[in-house]
Design a binder for this molecule. Structure first.
Ligand code: ZN
Ligand code: CU
Length: 484
């Protein structure tokens, strides 16, 4: 009789393609899935009886800022406890590599960690660190435009000149050669807002030959969102590369209700080029405190403040009242700081979340002392609240948005599907019980309903919590596939 390491028996297999589930046995040997079938007759060292449970490819968190935390806290509990087996780092223009700091850490690179944690002058240094550390989840990385700007520019409040662009481009090319997935920008942040479209277009040149993607936290998610989308699409067309709009949303009270026109713009572009987006399942955003987003109609909660650590968890309105100053003035005094902005409409978020172009990405901020609950809750919340309870989509579609779809679009070779020969990144969960428990008041709580998480064939998490095994790898860019 053939043997395998682990045999998962009788689960409803959601294979990640978006197709109907089937009750099957799945056999793992070494790092891979070696057999799938009904009533497999195999001898196994570990047999998991999984009747009534769902087995899916391990979830891919398409939008993270886990660049440094995967090295500092490689057990990665916030993610593996959700069934996540791969994190995509380097989003929003900020990345841990390639970075050579010339002094202060520019905003918002401080979301990734403190200056002393940045020691990866080249992308291959970073990849080597991941390989040496073996975090609990796999890591694939984008290169941040703001990180490149900070390497080569004396100040970030201007556009890059031709020599600076050449230097950034050389670093991007080197990173792509070392396996980077593509380029990300954070054009909304003041550290990149002054970059022109031409700067990005010129810098993006090496993406074409590499078949790499362009991911963007757009210049605007508010009044000027359609212009910002056109800018992103123009860069994609100009370089014939796929565009991923990061955390697509309609931000600010004045933009509530605009998700229809925003999605229409995305769909009409997809007739001409490869475009997609990611989204987190909450109507509140989180980042560093930005004076431009202070609006008395929006509830803003301060999650950290360097000059005033004592206000963590308080609303900006309360702080301003206590200090007897306008909110804008209070915000100014709190900087640098982090914040959660309750600035979206739930309807818009739901419409974007259920769109077939949308992948799931947490955008969690792992270093925040009071993180937005998306850090621990995103994937179970999509499966529990939005799939099971609100039926925004079927369970197969929900799984596809977090597995097969991102694996294809990002070029993660042999991952994202339950297939013979693919890597054994798998998540076993109870579809009737899966629930996020992280809240805004108490955000660092693991999900309920995750029964087993395998990363490259090794069981990294069970209903009892993390195991001692960490089997995550650095994932270099494979070939991307976009269905239009
Ligand atoms: Zn962002
Ligand atoms: Cu982000």
């Amino acid at each position: 009789m053939l043997t395998c390491d682990t045999l998962i028996r009788g689960a409803a297999v959601y294979d990640g393609s978006g197709g109907q589930p089937e009750v099957l046995d799945v056999a793992l040997r070494g790092h891979r899935i070696v057999a799938i079938g009904s009533a497999l007759n195999l001898r196994a060292r570990n047999v998991i009886e999984a009747e009534g449970l769902a087995l899916a490819p391990g979830f891919i968190d398409t939008h993270t800022h886990d660049d440094l935390i995967v090295l500092q806290a490689p057990e990665m509990t916030p993610k593996i406890s959700q069934g996540v087996t791969t994190v995509i780092v380097g989003n929003c223009g900020i990345s841990a590599a390639p970075v050579t700091l010339r002094g202060e850490l520019p905003d918002p690179m401080n979301l990734l960690g403190t200056a002393d944690a940045f020691h990866y002058p080249s992308f291959s240094d970073y990849a080597a660190a991941i390989r040496a550390t073996e975090p609990a989840v796999n890591v694939a990385a984008l290169v941040g435009h703001t990180a490149l700007r900070s390497n080569h520019m004396d100040r970030l409040d201007r556009a890059a000149g031709p020599a600076e662009i050449e230097a950034m481009k050389a670093q991007l090319r080197e990173a792509l050669d070392a396996g980077a997935l593509g380029l990300s920008t954070g054009l909304a942040y003041l550290s990149a807002y002054t970059a022109t479209t031409e700067e990005v277009l010129e810098l993006a040149e090496p993406l074409t030959a590499a078949g790499a993607v362009y991911a963007t936290h757009m210049r605007s998610e508010a009044a000027a969102i359609l212009d910002a989308m056109q800018e992103a699409f123009a860069i994609g067309r100009g370089r014939r590369v796929a565009v991923i709009v990061s955390h697509l949303k309609c931000a600010g009270v004045d933009n509530w209700g605009r998700s229809d026109e925003v999605l229409e713009a995305l769909h009409s572009a997809s007739a001409l080029q490869a475009v997609g987006c990611d989204c987190y399942p909450y109507a509140a955003s989180s980042s560093t405190l930005d004076l431009r987003q202070v609006d008395e109609r929006v509830r803003i909660v301060v999650t950290w403040s360097t000059p005033h650590p004592e206000v963590t968890g308080q609303a900006l309105a309360e702080i301003a009242a206590a200090w007897n100053v306008p909110q804008l003035e209070a915000a100014r005094r709190l900087m640098p700081a982090g914040a959660i902005y309750h600035s979206m409409s739930e309807d818009d978020m739901r419409r974007i979340l259920r769109d077939p172009a949308t992948m799931i990405g947490s955008d969690g901020l792992p270093c925040d002392p009071l993180p937005h609950p998306r850090l621990w809750g995103t994937f179970p919340r999509v499966l529990g609240r939005y799939c099971r309870e609100q039926q925004l989509f079927s369970l197969s579609e929900a799984v596809h948005k977090m597995t097969g779809l991102p694996a294809q679009r990002l070029g993660l070779l042999d991952r994202g599907l339950v297939r013979e020969g693919f890597y054994a990144d798998l998540t076993l969960f109870d579809p009737e019980a899966i629930t996020d428990t992280a809240t805004f008041a108490d955000p660092q709580r693991p999900a309920k309903g995750i029964r087993g998480v395998w990363v490259n064939g090794a069981l990294g998490y069970t209903a009892q919590g993390s195991t001692a095994q960490r089997a995550g790898r650095f994932l270099p860019r494979g070939k991307t596939t976009w269905m239009q």
